[in-house]
Ligand binder design. Structure first.
Ligand code: PLP
Length: 407
């Protein structure tokens, strides 16, 4: 509900100063959309007598592989697990370095440390906040084993540039596509652009199983290794050992992890996949509305997709122009909260977290683009259940605050 006349005229008092908030009810940053199909499939799983990894997980994996344009997918319980297994399967170890973006979630970097390898952070490009290929090239050493790209917000990295750097040197690319299911680069789906790609099905992602993820690859050997390591290192199809056709006998051939997905959660994913194209279409429409509305608010900039790619639009970040307003980003977020608009910041750069700052001796001045973006970034609500009126409310609140604090 918008008190839109006052807001449009610029006469509305900020909610933080006793005025009416732009919305009466709070708009969260993301809400999953669980429909009747998901509920029915979960019920099927619950009543089937098979609630852990089984046929629904296999079906989800097969459909994700098809979407990603590759032969193999292993469904697991998070993108974090998928990334960890990808690095393990590629043989990343203590003698190696893995280059990744400082503009990401901690999981991307934690898994490098789990393998005993050294994370090497690089800065990003200003328009996409994806890793800068020139910085990647400059960071390569004889120890570099993997470049771990991050498709920020759902926008694929520049894979032409990354392959031109990595392929001649025998460096594998692993794609953290936690945000980018359904995205494409020059007509090729995300999932087919790297040696291994990890997707996330976390609660807020563009396809959600609550918790979940998948690793996809065209390399059968790597896929087999990931599958093996995802379930204790037990030999192939050990998950079937309690079925009529399964065997009690299995062998542990490596010390694996417990990263498998359950059929109850996979059932949610199958239902979501049936509606995925519709979800993505709605996301695109909401983003177009945001971009049109916010073009009239010069105090903020916003993310656009580069030419020649399909953006998955998991996130819609804006950048507050600190030269145009008298408040900082944190205060802008507080004001949005008072207007009943939920937001977040994606991301607090990795080099700012105490653990990585200290262990990697990372200094803010090494990452000027990420630092500039971090001081200004706010992620606005974006999810397919949002209405056009919700987008208008968010934009009205942004405009109201920008106007109130204009320099
Ligand atoms: C860029 C990125 N990578 C990895 C992850 C981890 O995903 P998951 O929660 O599925 O492990 C996230 C989660 O938000 C993320 O944003």
């Amino acid at each position: 509900m918008t008190n839109s006349d006052d807001v449009t005229r610029g006469t509305a008092t900020l909610a933080s100063q006793g005025g009416a908030p732009v919305r009466k009810d709070y708009l969260p940053i993301a809400v999953p959309w669980i429909g009747e199909r998901e509920k029915q499939l979960v019920l099927d799983a619950l009543e089937s007598g098979w609630i852990t990894t089984g046929p629904k997980t296999q079906e989800l994996a097969a459909r994700i592989a098809a979407m990603a344009g590759v032969k193999h997918a292993v469904a697991v319980n998070s993108a974090t697990g998928a990334l960890h297994l990808a690095l393990e399967a590629l043989g990343v170890g203590p003698e190696h370095e893995v280059i990744t973006s400082t503009w990401t979630f901690a999981a991307t970097v934690n898994v490098i440390e789990h393998c005993g390898a050294k994370p090497v952070l690089v800065d990003v490009e200003p328009d996409t906040l994806n890793m800068d290929p020139r910085a990647v090239e400059a960071a390569i050493t004889p120890r570099t084993k993997v470049v771990l790209s991050v498709d920020y917000g759902g926008q694929p990295c520049d894979y032409d540039a990354l392959h031109a750097i990595c392929d001649p040197r025998g460096i594998a690319i692993v794609d953290d596509a936690a945000h980018a299911l359904g995205a494409a680069w020059r007509g090729r789906p995300v999932g087919s652009l790297a040696k291994v790609t990890a997707f996330s099905f976390y609660a807020t992602k563009n396809l959600s199983t609550g918790e979940g993820g998948a690793a996809v690859t065209d390399d059968e050997e790597v896929a087999d290794r990931i599958r093996l390591l995802s379930l204790h290192g037990m030999s192939r199809d050990a998950w079937k050992r309690y079925t009529a056709t399964g065997s009690w006998y299995y062998e542990v051939v490596a010390p694996g992890w417990k990263y498998n997905l359950s059929d109850v959660l996979a059932a949610i994913g199958l239902g979501q996949l049936d509606r995925f194209d519709e979800f993505q279409r709605i996301r695109g429409e909401l983003v177009a509305r945001y971009q049109a509305n916010l073009a009239a608010v010069p105090e903020v900039g916003f993310m656009r997709a580069r030419e020649g790619l399909t953006h998955a639009w998991h996130l819609f970040p804006i950048a507050v122009d600190l030269d145009a307003v008298t408040i900082d980003r944190a205060r802008f977020i507080d004001e949005l909260r008072s207007e009943n608009i939920g937001t977040s910041v994606h991301f607090i750069p990795i080099h700012r977290h105490p653990h990585f700052r200290d262990s990697l001796n990372a200094k803010p001045e090494q990452f000027p683009v990420a630092e500039h973006a971090y001081a200004r970034a706010i992620t606005l609500p974006l999810f397919p259940r949002m209405s056009a009126a919700d987008v208008d409310d968010v934009c009205a609140a942004v405009a109201k605050i920008a106007r109130a604090f204009r320099r």
